[in-house]
Design a protein around this ligand. Structure first.
Ligand code: NDP
Length: 395
């Protein structure tokens, strides 16, 4: 049976959201709620948040839900038993549901390394990827982009900066990119020095000036690691060299990023800081969907400012350039060390400045593999996490 959108006869896109209970997942459901003629929810997944997963499933009536935490299976299963919704639990189920023939697009909204395997399985089964989970590209960009090319699967960026770059190159396919100008808000500690950073608290780090996001990415924004991850993500998504990516601090977060072409012309995408727009563009591409989201008024932003990032203070950005220039499994090492260090910071086990110091140490200590296979990367992730935990325990 083919379902169609009666307004314009385009087929309804059937969406799987991996990580529907998170910040991106919830905003994606807002988009879908506003456009019921364009999208149907096929799969929803969560890690541990059974209550919200049940609530979402009752509203959107997906074909299938998966809760990664197996101890929550019965709770979800019992709540959804009166409905025609399949319930699975565990990491393996979260990966294998990506094979469902009824899924058109997978929105990867999981945080961290956990997004890699479901994304690869979805690509293997020919699903369009709406990519929010940047860690997948950081860890295994070469493998992911190669398998997407082999399967002719589009990877559509959700990250606002990468969406802006993508929107700037639509219609420019034959014009090579000279440079990407990747904008950064600078985070809550823009303009501060290392002395200031020594004593910042979790609450300070989670107080982002422009964006409301999950905790891990918010801390990454405060250390500038988020921008480092985005440099690596951009390298793979747009097939450019790291030296073609310039980070520009733009505290107002109105210009979401820019592309410079060979004639010196620069194209940009602008808008209010609101993730629902890039999420919607990734779901609706190549079409733009009419939406009444609040519009940008330039009168509200009489001054747009730009600055160079301070990589002496915010060393994570420099570490990310170092990792991608070294290549191999180094970005995977960096990512694993960062995930463990950020989690330790959020548990008040380490100070803010221990995050970059830990990552730098792990990048020195971990076993380097120049041409890693997927198995090598899985092993690197496991080994680096353990090494980082041991290092932090003995500090
Ligand atoms: P959140 O922490 O808010 O949400 C993460 C989601 O992933 C939740 O649904 C969570 O489930 C699930 N999850 C976490 N760990 C696992 C696991 N091990 N196995 C299965 N599911 C898991 O993150 P965000 O929405 O902020 O970010 C998601 C991704 O999008 C990240 O890669 C981030 O960098 C990227 N991104 C986010 C932006 C934002 O505005 N938030 C902007 C641009 C990119 P549960 O709720 O049960 O814990």
């Amino acid at each position: 049976m083919s379902i169609s959108n009666t307004a314009n006869e385009l087929p309804i896109k059937r969406i799987a959201i991996v990580g529907s209970t998170g910040s991106i997942g919830r905003q994606a459901l807002n988009v879908i709620r506003r456009h019921p003629d364009s999208y149907a929810v096929e799969v929803l997944t969560a890690n541990t948040n059974a209550e919200l997963l049940i609530e979402q499933a009752l509203e959107f009536q997906p074909n299938t839900v998966v809760i990664a935490d197996e101890s929550k299976y019965l709770q979800v299963q019992e709540a959804l038993a009166p409905h025609d919704i399949k319930v699975f639990a565990g990491e393996e189920s979260l990966i294998s549901v990506m094979e469902m023939s009824t899924i058109d697009t997978v929105l990867t909204a999981v945080v961290g390394f956990a997004g890699l395997k479901p994304t690869l399985r979805a690509i293997e089964y020919g699903k369009t990827i709406a990519l929010a989970n940047k860690e997948t590209m950081v860890v295994a960009g070469e493998i992911v982009t190669r398998s997407a090319m082999q399967k002719n699967v589009p990877i559509l960026p959700v990250d606002s900066e990468h969406s802006a770059i993508f929107q700037s190159i639509v219609g420019e396919w034959h014009n090579p990119i000279e440079k990407i100008l990747l904008t950064a808000s600078g985070g809550p500690f823009f303009g501060k020095d290392r002395d200031f950073l020594k004593t910042v608290t979790i609450a300070d780090a989670l107080h982002h000036p422009n964006w409301s996001m999950g905790k891990k990415i918010t801390v990454d924004s405060a250390t500038l690691m988020n921008k480092g991850l985005e440099v690596i993500e951009a390298k793979w998504l747009f097939d450019v060299r790291p030296e073609q990516i310039e980070v520009v601090v733009h505290p107002q977060s109105v210009i979401h990023s820019m592309v410079q072409f060979c004639d010196g012309s620069i194209k940009a995408q602008l808008g209010l800081p609101n993730m629902e727009l890039p999420i919607q563009y990734a779901l609706s591409f190549p079409k733009r969907e009419a939406d009444n989201a609040r519009r940008l008024s330039f009168a509200d932003y009489p001054t747009l400012t730009f600055a160079k990032p301070d990589t002496d203070t915010f060393t994570c950005l420099a570490l990310a350039y170092k990792a991608i220039e070294k290549g191999g499994n180094m970005p995977c090492i960096m990512n694993a060390a960062n995930e463990v260090a950020v989690a330790a910071f959020l548990q008040e086990k380490i100070a803010f400045l221990d995050i970059p110091d830990t990552i730098a140490t792990m990048m020195e200590k971990s076993r380097f593999v120049a041409k890693p296979s997927l198995d090598d990367l899985l092993q690197t992730d496991t080994e680096t996490r353990q090494l980082t935990i041991d290092y932090l325990n003995n500090k």
